[in-house]
Ligand binder design. Sequence first.
Ligand code: ADP
Ligand code: MG
Length: 610
Amino acid sequence: RASISGGAAAANPPRINRWNRRPYSARYLKLLKKRRALPVWQQKDEFLRALRDNQTLILVGETGCGKTTQIPQFVLEAEGLGDRPVVACTQPSRITAMLAARHVAQEMDVTVGYEVGYSVRFEHCWSRKTVLKYLTDGMLLREAMADPLLEKYNVIILDEVHDRTLATDVLFAHLKEVLKKRPGLKLVVMSAYLEAEKFQGYFSGAAPLMKVHGRLHPVDIFYTQKPERDYLEAAIRTALKVFEPGPPSLRGGPPGRKIVVSTNIAETSLTIDGIVYVIDPGFTKHKVYNLRIRVESLLVSPICKGSANQRADCAGRTRPGKCFRLYTDKSFNEDLQPQTYPEILRSNLAYTVLILKKLGVDDLVHFDFMDYPAPETLMRALEVLNYLGAFDDEGNLTPLGEMMSEFPLDPQMSKMLVISSKYNCSNEIATIAAMLSAQNCFLRPREARKAAGEARVRFGHIDGDHLTLLNVYHAYKQNDEDPQWCYDHFINARALKYADNVRRQLVGIMTRFGLKMCSPNFNSSAYYANIIKALAAGYFMQVALLEQNGHYRTVKNNQIVDLHPSNSMYHKPEWVIFDEFVLTTRNFIRTVTDVRGKWLIDVAPQSTLL
Ligand code: ADP
Ligand code: MG
């Protein structure tokens, strides 16, 4: 590393930016003034001392106190880390990683993608110059697969750990080992609130806890008298019927009151300034893994007490506020759990187990998880990976499994990609995988339902939805990726652009492994058969058989399901492959394609075991 003379401490106040050696801009000074007013700045010296004296440090401070944006910058100024330390800061979502990087690049007066960068699944924006990288926890885990000791980083910051995402929990256990092997590495664990004792206990008391003194204003909490039946209706009613008319305009802006509708990302990861009233319906969308039927689904479920308090706190950031809870105080006290179960206890672990194996973890039972997943869940994961051919019968990674682990995707999907060149259709399968990774590409605006439905039918393939997705992508390319064309055909241009980028990266990985990119002859009758066979080679565990009563039965776990009404087929095939199991009032399988029973047996001899 080049040593740079005249670091930040040399000139006081510094006028030259240490990172790019340019003079600071006026905007830098303006932002600096704002930053200095954040609570974490009161304890900057205390933080730097604690960092110097400890290998691991736990920092707790309420949302908005400056953890995500300021602490990594403090770390860059720390003594003893060299002139150009490299810092990683994890985030629980793509959006927070990208926003934090963009904002901090401004604060540091550098260009995002150079000195400050980010890395999220399928999108990398950093360079060799990068000293501070925001990345999703899942991305850091993937980096660990290639570089188990994460040697390119001097300091790793695990942020928003109260979320207890699956990847953060795995990183905890992995980093605990890495810290022993790399005495020079430092770990900072940050959280908006935390079961502090649990975390300290996890690090055997070796990690001091530092609390940032917040300055929250009081928040009055109101409950409903009786339970609400429809929380959406109640929320709208509370927002419109309860308040006085909005205030007059401020400083020439438009008059009125701004209403922000937000997911739980605003609970702790994003600060929305100027909020005074919060309406809390008391629900969240929550991932649940049903071990019995082996299905992972998103369910609307009650929040925990911790989330309720975080939501209320949002009202008190600027001045005293009010929080309207759309449930009774009895319900708050008696029904809500203190904390949500960590994700690791409610997820399908096939992808995680594949990564752990690649990280060299052979003994899952003794891996130092903060909370242990049920042994059955681990067994299921091993079983799936064995059926897919990623693990042999002894539980060792096979060459196929090695390749599969390189794709940041569900193992069934990576299996399909790796196998696709054998069926001469890697181009098509890469497209299907990319389309499945993107958001739903069909728009259905309320005011044009009928026209949108008709447009969709024109892309429809009678053999199934996977092939329909292929049609959409081809049409998009044939029309030069034109956003106007997308608009006219009720296609979500953003989803297609995303899919196109994902596809490029998947092709990159496949090419790196020497997998041939090829297509079957379009005029041959085997064109679609080959594609569906490759699909089946990955998804043979997600097939359903038509019953006499007209419903389907999933083969692996005997659930009665129906084809989702959005499917593009005009008939009910005997066998179907599906992408998703949707639990609503009825059980649906969504994104379905016709498959011959014989092909299932040909491509996946294991399927007879199911
Ligand atoms: P914490 O991580 O402790 O919740 P942050 O570091 O995210 O706090 O935020 C500190 C302050 O910086 C907040 O007042 C927030 O509004 C502001 N801030 C953070 N990100 C952005 C952004 N992308 N644009 C503008 N302001 C931001
Ligand atoms: Mg934060």
